[in-house]
Design a protein around this ligand. Structure first.
Ligand code: UD1
Ligand code: CA
Length: 453
């Protein structure tokens, strides 16, 4: 069996006016990843596949995102926004190179799956000229309606052009189409703009194919898979669908989510076995959590790797570049950034560890701060294996604390501390016998005490 080649054209030139945002619509995130990235991940990939993304003028950021996800993506600019068929033809040169299957997807339907693209390609193998993806909409308002005669698809009617009778149809156009490459350009070139909006509608491909004596078929899928995002409310609906999917996949893979509906995951979150996530945890992009780790409530993490049997939170914030070794412990109100904590490190309370490396089994006391920023640039703090940093210490970077070193609590460390050395750096304590009593008496008389407190 020879596999058919494919070209996927993703339409992403729209301004997304209804999002009321300065960010191009397809760059809005769902589960930590742009709408466009979700679609590109689902599109056919690998040998014999090509990808083209149609973007608007001034949308360099969209082109960058396309290439970040798929380095082989070609981008085409649609200068004027004259409709979905006009947008597909912006990629004419890619289409004209020839392909067995031409797939058209919208950059604003992020929940589409790879499996659906494959299902749509199957009828082409058997001679259909065109496959349309349909779904039963709970509320079809705004969608193109699929007009059937029996089991035959005869036309797609846009909301604005539909009669009241046609508007009652709930079988809708999802937007994804698959063309047999042989006829694709021929059909697309015949699409005109004689409709109420004066736009070149891709949906007209159906009637044109039929008039050419070719077959157009419908494949149905669930509404959740093809929700088109035009507004912020629809963005939130898609997020809810995606989160439900991700939580279920995590639980199916053995992750314990005590209150799944309160845990936010990213599309790229990676879990080992026997991970436990307590309620109210937010996991941003780029996080991996190894076997047996426990994430306690109210923790927030982005671009972090968490080692086996490590413990995080409650109330911990792991920022980009955090790596926790096996069995490491990050406790409440601890923030980490660009910090490599080796196995068994403990930072249990109220600390900031940034631009730092902490050797295995070191104990970082409550309130320890790596002072990484001098107002001009960032500097590194290096802490050796088995060091002990007493509570409320400031480690003024750049600074190196040797392996096994001991830092007395309340120290402000500005110079390197050798291995196994002890450093205590704080102002001497002043004691005035009876001073507290004199202070309270002065206060009762409404007078300030003579000496400073
Ligand atoms: C479109 C379909 C409708 C379908 C619905 C599903 C057409 C004419 N209508 O309507 O049948 O039910 O999607 O969500 O195809 N785009 C461009 N350039 C253009 C116009 C659009 O790139 O000139 C892109 C948009 O960025 C978007 C996609 O095409 O990603 C769809 O455009 P949109 O305006 O959202 O179409 P809908 O009105 O939702
Ligand atoms: Ca849309």
């Amino acid at each position: 069996m020879t596999t058919r080649s494919s070209l996927t054209v993703v339409l992403a030139a729209g301004e997304g006016t209804r999002m009321r945002s300065s960010l191009p619509k397809v760059l809005h995130p769902v589960a930590g990843e742009s709408l466009l990235a979700h679609v590109l991940h689902a599109a056919p990939n690998g040998s014999g596949t090509r990808l083209a993304v149609v973007i608007g003028p001034d949308h360099a950021a969209v082109a960058d995102e396309a290439r970040r996800i798929r380095s082989d993506a070609e981008t085409f600019v649609q200068r004027e926004r004259l409709g979905t068929a006009h947008a597909v033809l912006a990629a004419r040169t890619a289409i004209a190179q020839g392909t067995d299957d031409l797939l058209v997807a919208f950059g604003d339907t992020p929940l589409i799956s790879a499996e659906t693209f494959e299902r749509m390609r199957a009828p082409l193998k058997n001679g259909a000229a065109l496959t349309v993806l349909g779904f039963r909409a709970a509320d079809p308002t705004g969608y193109g309606r699929l007009l059937m005669q029996g089991s035959k698809l005869v036309a797609i009617r846009e909301q604005a052009d539909a009669t009241p009778e046609e508007r009652k149809v709930t079988l809708c156009n999802a937007g994804v189409m698959a063309f047999d490459g042989k006829n694709a350009l021929n059909i697309l070139d015949k699409i005109g703009n004689a409709n109420s909006k004066g736009e070149y509608y891709l949906v007209d491909a159906v009637t044109i194919a039929r008039d050419m004596g070719l077959e157009a078929v419908v494949i149905e899928t669930s509404e959740d898979e093809v929700r088109g995002i035009n507004t912020k409310a629809q963005l939130a609906e898609a997020e809810a669908v995606m989160q439900a999917r991700l939580r279920k996949a995590a639980m199916d893979a053995g992750v314990t989510l005590i209150a799944p509906e309160t845990v936010y995951l990213s599309a790229d979150t990676k879990f080992g076995k026997d991970v436990i996530i307590e309620p109210f945890v937010v996991i941003g992009p780029g996080v991996s959590i190894a076997d047996g780790a426990v994430i306690h409530s109210f923790s927030h993490m982005v671009e972090a790797s968490i080692g086996r049997s490590a413990s995080v939170g409650p109330y911990a914030r792991l920022r980009p570049g955090t790596s926790l070794g096996d069995g490491a412990r990050i406790g409440n109100f601890v923030e980490t950034k660009a910090a490599k904590l080796e196995a068994g490190v403990k930072v249990n309370h109220l600390s900031y560890i940034g631009d730092a490396e902490v050797g295995a089994n070191s104990n970082i006391g409550a309130g320890t701060i790596t002072c990484n920023y001098d107002g001009f640039s960032k500097h590194k703090t290096l802490i050796g294996e088995g060091a002990f940093v007493g509570t409320n210490s400031s480690l003024v970077a750049p600074v190196k604390i040797g392996a096994g070193a001991y830092i007395g609590s309340g120290s402000v460390i500005t110079r390197d501390v050798p291995d196994d050395a002890m450093a205590i750096e704080r102002s001497p304590q002043s004691i005035r016998e009876g001073g507290a009593t004199r202070y309270r008496e002065a206060k009762t008389r409404g007078k300030k005490p003579k000496h400073k407190t």
